[in-house]
Structure formats: structure tokens, C-alpha cells
Design a protein around this ligand. Structure first.
Ligand code: FAD
Length: 470
């Protein structure tokens, strides 16, 4: 009897734990449940949904090459998943279900309900840990708690890592044709926003593998030196592919091992710094499971719930539209809206600007990012926002507030990135681009800063000092 593999954010044939497990048992039927209303209610925007849709199409083609049909169903809510999957199992005569686990709270609940429904129907359903080296709960502090700080988590991760945890799963061999036809994949309906040009982010395993190879060949060893400069393409730009599983962390780490004499924690400084980012990715997944309040829009640091965030619609709109008068913030926000991606240094700068300079609730920024990011992923996005807002794990101490002008002179010294996204400023001398003086601006159409750095900083410090920490 065939087994069903339910694909979600693991859109690949290679090194896919659930797919490999199912293929070991016999023929495979693939299923994708598109849950657009639910994903939209949870804030995923057009860019991510479009990338997801193209990723499913690419997966369908690769599966067809192996004789595996991909069935497609639209559901309105996660609660429909158990019945829909059971119906497919009955229609196709499948005897088992396999899928790779997802870690945000709603996804965990959905998966538990699916497993329970299959058990009740007398069928096996297995959720596999695939997107992490350690299942959440496997790495705990000496007291048996989940880690709430990155560095000890990363140390434990490296210490306990074994070769088996990174062993790659083979893609399944071609199978004899089943008497089940693949479904035609429906186009994405019209959404509130128009997705960006899909050529910026070609979907599928092939483009993901190419990116990894090019990154490691040309930039990996320079990563530590280049990663903070947004004008340089110094990072891998693999985040959308990792978020939807068009490539696995194991494939990335195996490629590093091959380049770095079999080591992850030592050796080339660029490669080891890159590995550390993949550990951050895993850390935030453990945090989502260990501290489920973060999945309920709550702060990790509970005392910060009392913070007096400001209502400032005009400030929020200026931030969203990239017209705060702080060029680095504005250029970054324009990069986000135009490309669906923002450089990590700038995610930190813009998130801190919103939460500290404007003292606007991090949840609003988190939602705006998710609406635009092609790599929008709950755990990393929430972790990043709470870090910047000083409400999260490893919280940046609230008094360390980035000065957006200093960040600009340090990380875009020639104003190259600024000129790319704010063409008006390209007319100015390089050094003048970071904080354009009003007399220099003359006819140039660029706004004056909407807040004064010092005054805004003082206001944020005041708000944080007012919190009781006990
Ligand atoms: P690289 O530098 O090449 O890193 C390799 C991979 O490691 C990334 O693709 C990503 O999967 C992972 N990674 C890197 N940095 C982090 C990090 N700080 N936390 C978790 N994982 C990391 N990343 C997302 O994938 N989705 C998000 O929605 C997201 N939102 C963020 C919001 C804020 C406010 C901040 C500060 C960071 C956010 N990040 C998010 C993390 C990081 O900015 C991006 O992963 C990174 O910029 C993606 O570019 P890259 O693939 O070139 O990264």
C-alpha cells in the first residue's frame, strides 16, 4: 500500500526526512494542502505566498519525474486538515501518513490533531523532526529548562552534534506509476498586494542548490568580513529557500563540512560565522516550542508587557514607506518592499528604529515584515523583532540603541546602498548622504528626520526604566 507524504514547508526531494521514510515503505503519494485564508489571517503576504506557490509547482514537476503524483487541496482552516487527509487516504487506499514537523504553536496543534485522527481511524501518521538538528526539548539547560539565551544553546548544539544528526537522506528512486493522477496546480488567486517579480527569487531545489554553491565558492570565506555591509552581497540570500525547505540545514552544513576540513565550530572564520547563523535559526525554533507565549503575541521577557508603546500612525506610515528622514532606515524599508528581502544588519536597524526611536509596538513591525518578506518565517521574525525591541531572548539591553546615522557611516561608508535605494541622495557627495543637511538638499526631494535621535533615545530609555523587572 502507498504512503502519503504531506508537504508543507519542506518543498524538496533531496534530504527530506518524511519523504525518505515513506519511500522506504513503498510507493508514495504526495499531498499539498493550501490553506490560504489561514496563512493570510496569520499575516503571510503576497511575496511569500507566491514563492510558496511557485515552490509547490517546482516540487510537483520533480515528483512527477519520479512517478509520484502530487495531490492538491484547498482548505480554509487548519482544522480541516485531519478530515481532508483522511479522505485522501481512503480515496487512494494509502496506509500511512508522513510529514515533517513545524514548530509554531498552531502548526503543532494542527499536527497533533492529524495524528490523533489517523490513530482513531487505525492508520499510522508520523511527524518527523527534519528542519532542526535537535528536536525541541533535546537541548536543555542544566536545570532542565529550554535555553532562553543563544550562546549556551549554541555551545550545547556544537557539543552534542553527531555525524548521524547531519546525515543526508537520499531522494527516492523513481517508482512504478500508480493509478492516481496528479492534480493540476491552481494559480494563486488575486491577493491584497501584488507579488514582486518572481524572477528575483526563482523557486525550487535547483535554484537553492545553485545559491548555496555560489555562496560557498565566492563569498563563504569572506562572510564574517562582508556580512554587515548591505551594499555588498556578502550573505547567502538563502533565507527564503530555508524557510520553505527548498534546501535543508543539513545540506548547508554538509557543504560547509566539505569546505572546512570536516569542522563546523572551528576553521575558516567566515564559514564558522555562517554556521552560527544556522544555529540561530534553530535556536528560535526551540524558543517557539519552549516558550509558547511568544507564539501568542506575547513578549518573551514578561515584564516588558507593561511597556507604554506609543500610538503614532503618522510615524508608523513614515517607517513603512521609507520616509523617516533617516536614510539608512528609509533605504532598507524600500529594499524590503521592492525585493521582499532585507539585509540582516538593516533588519536590526529598522526594527530598533521603530521600537526605540518611534517607541511603536514591535508587533506592528513584525506584522509589516511578515507581510512583505519572501523569507517570512514566524520563529526567526518574532525572535529578531523581540531582540530589537529588548523584549526577547538575548534581549539587546534596552539602553543600547543603535544610532541610525552612525550605523550608516559604519556599514555603508560610501553611501552606495543609500544611493541605490534613495536615488535623490545619489546627487549628494558620498559623506553627506548619511544625514543630509537641509541646506544641501536644496531641490532634492527627501524629508527631514521625523524624530531627533537624542530626544527619541531619551524617551525610549524613560519608557524602559519605568518597567518593573521583578
Ligand atoms: P545568511 O547571513 O546567509 O544566513 C544563513 C541563514 O541563517 C539564513 O538564510 C537564515 O535561515 C539563518 N539566519 C541568519 N540570521 C538569522 C537570525 N538572526 N535568526 C534566525 N535565523 C537566521 N530570517 C528569516 O529567515 N525569516 C524572517 O522572517 C526573519 N525576520 C527577521 C526580523 C528581524 C527584525 C531580524 C533582526 C532578523 C530576521 N531574520 C529573519 C533573520 C535574518 O535577518 C535573515 O535570516 C537573513 O537576513 C537572511 O539573509 P541570508 O539568507 O543572506 O542570511
Amino acid at each position: 500500500t502507498p504512503a502519503i507524504v504531506w508537504f508543507r514547508s519542506d518543498l524538496r526531494l533531496h534530504d527530506n526526512t518524511a519523504l525518505a521514510a515513506a519511500a522506504r515503505q513503498g510507493p508514495v503519494i504526495a499531498v499539498f494542502l493550501r490553506c490560504l485564508p489561514h496563512w493570510q489571517r496569520h499575516g503571510h503576504g503576497a511575496n511569500k505566498l507566491d514563492f510558496w506557490s511557485r515552490g509547490v509547482a517546482a516540487l510537483g514537476e520533480s515528483l512527477a519525474g519520479l512517478g509520484i503524483p502530487l495531490l492538491h487541496r484547498d482548505i480554509d482552516d487548519f482544522s480541516e486538515a485531519p478530515a481532508t487527509l483522511l479522505a485522501i487516504a481512503r480515496e487512494t487506499g494509502a496506509g500511512a501518513l508522513h510529514f515533517n514537523l513545524e514548530y509554531p504553536l498552531d502548526e503543532q496543534r494542527r499536527d497533533r490533531d492529524v495524528i490523533a485522527a489517523f490513530q482513531e481511524a487505525g492508520m499510522a501518521a508520523t511527524g518527523h523532526h527534519d528542519a532542526v538538528a535537535f528536536a525541541p526539548g533535546e537541548l536543555l539547560t542544566g536545570k532542565g529548562d529550554y535555553y532562553g539565551v543563544f550562546t549556551p544553546f549554541a555551545k550545547a548544539w556544537h557539543r552534542q552534534l553527531s555525524a548521524e544528526r547531519l546525515a543526508l537522506h537520499d531522494a527516492p528512486a523513481p517508482q512504478a506509476p500508480l493509478d492516481i493522477a496528479a492534480d493540476p496546480l491552481p494559480a494563486l488567486p488575486e491577493l491584497d498586494d501584488t507579488p514582486i517579480d518572481g524572477r528575483i527569487w526563482p523557486a525550487g531545489e535547483g535554484p537553492a542548490a545553485d545559491r548555496l554553491e555560489r555562496f560557498l565558492r565566492f563569498r563563504g570565506r569572506h562572510y564574517q568580513r562582508q556580512r554587515d555591509f548591505p551594499a555588498i552581497r556578502g550573505t547567502s540570500e538563502l533565507s527564503p529557500y530555508l524557510a520553505l525547505g527548498m534546501i535543508s540545514h543539513r545540506q548547508c552544513l554538509q557543504a560547509v563540512l566539505a569546505e572546512n576540513d570536516g569542522a563546523l565550530a572551528e576553521g575558516d572564520a567566515g564559514l564558522t560565522a555562517w554556521v552560527s547563523e544556522l544555529v540561530w535559526r534553530e535556536f528560535y525554533r526551540h524558543v517557539a516550542v519552549g516558550f509558547p507565549r511568544v507564539c501568542r503575541h506575547r513578549a518573551f521577557q514578561q515584564h516588558t508587557e507593561a511597556l507604554a508603546w506609543r500610538d503614532d500612525e503618522a510615524g508608523f506610515a513614515a517607517w513603512c514607506e521609507g520616509r523617516t528622514g533617516y536614510p539608512l532606515v528609509d533605504a532598507a524599508m524600500r529594499q524590503l518592499v521592492a525585493t521582499g528581502w532585507m539585509h540582516n544588519r538593516l533588519r536590526m536597524v529598522t526594527a530598533m528604529f521603530l521600537t526605540k526611536h518611534l517607541l511603536i509596538d514591535w508587533r506592528r513591525g513584525e506584522a509589516f515584515f511578515l507581510r512583505h518578506l519572501v523569507d517570512g518565517e514566524f520563529c526567526a521574525n518574532n525572535g529578531g523583532w523581540q531582540w530589537a525591541a529588548s523584549t526577547g531572548t538575548d534581549a539587546a539591553p534596552y539602553f543600547r540603541i543603535f544610532n541610525p546615522t552612525t550605523q550608516s557611516t559604519r556599514f555603508d561608508p560610501d553611501g552606495t546602498f543609500l544611493a541605490e535605494w534613495l536615488p535623490a541622495l545619489a546627487e549628494l557627495p558620498k559623506k553627506a548622504r548619511h544625514a543630509p543637511a537641509s541646506d544641501l538638499l536644496g531641490g532634492v526631494d527627501y524629508p527631514a528626520p521625523i524624530v531627533d535621535h537624542r530626544a527619541a533615545r531619551a524617551r525610549a530609555l524613560e519608557a524602559f526604566k519605568a518597567l518593573k523587572t521583578d
